[in-house]
Design a protein around this ligand. Structure first.
Ligand SMILES: O=C(CO)COP(=O)(O)O
Length: 233
């Protein structure tokens, strides 16, 4: 499976400006990443918030860096819901990862219950505020924000373009007010949750959607179309 993905990424001849971050199901990708053109950057799906110490079983951001991993996904809803990661812990992890020289995909998003209660913006702003308290304004250049409504992850139920664009626009406004207009303009805000080749075309056309965090569809040939969608948007 991984070999097929790598072959299709190579066959697609993505140009050097197209960034593809792959969260590997196996460390195998680490061994082959240098053979890809352009090189694919590998991302871990979690790390710890301390760089050293007795924390048996945890992976420090420095260990990821040593293993030639470039990115780390933090605050994924499964980490928050199943492993009890609170906003503060996620924010501390973001800080530690950046300190180790990693770039971070920071996930935020509301549950179905929260959306139905009409508190979506409140929830994502609270999650962002924790990160803003942990990092300095200059750190945001190492952060990509991934808006992932929990109800859309792996469910086949994608947010409408309007629902996603509304939250992305709110996040950009929030960044302008809380951090700076420069950070608001430069921070990439990507969408995740049941993205596929078809819906990615519509979502990519929205002003504030800068890319995607892809789960299920990244294991299918259509992943290449999603990688290229911004080129034609
Ligand atoms: O966040 C995601 C994977 O962890 C998104 O997954 P899906 O694209 O399968 O919904």
């Amino acid at each position: 499976m991984i070999t097929q993905i790598i072959d299709s990424l190579n066959a697609a001849k993505l140009d050097g400006t197209t960034e593809v971050v792959v969260a590997p199901p196996a460390l195998y990708l680490l061994q082959v990443q240098s053979t890809l053109t352009p090189p694919v950057e590998v991302s871990a799906q979690n790390c710890f918030n301390e760089s050293s110490g007795a924390f048996t079983g945890e992976i420090s951001p420095n260990q990821l860096k040593d293993a030639n991993v470039h990115w780390v996904i933090l605050g994924h809803s499964e980490r928050r819901a199943l492993f009890g990661e609170a906003d503060k812990l996620v924010a501390d992890k973001v800080k530690a990862a950046i300190g180790a020289g990693l770039r971070v995909i920071a996930c935020i998003g509301e549950s179905l219950e929260e959306r139905e209660k009409g508190v979506t913006n409140e929830v994502v702003e609270r999650q962002m505020e924790a990160i803003a308290q942990a990092v300095g304004p200059e750190d945001w250049k190492h952060i990509v924000v991934a808006y992932e409504p929990v109800w859309a992850i792996g469910t086949g139920k994608v947010a409408t373009v309007q629902q996603a664009q509304e939250v992305h626009a709110d996040l950009r406004k929030w960044l302008a007010k809380r951090v700076s207009s420069e950070v608001a303009e430069q921070t990439r805000i990507i969408y995740g949750g049941s993205v596929n080749a078809k819906n990615s075309k519509e979502l990519a056309a929205a002003e504030d959607i800068d890319g995607f965090l892809v789960g299920g569809a990244s294991l299918k040939p259509e992943f290449i179309d999603i990688c290229r969608v911004k080129e034609s948007a």
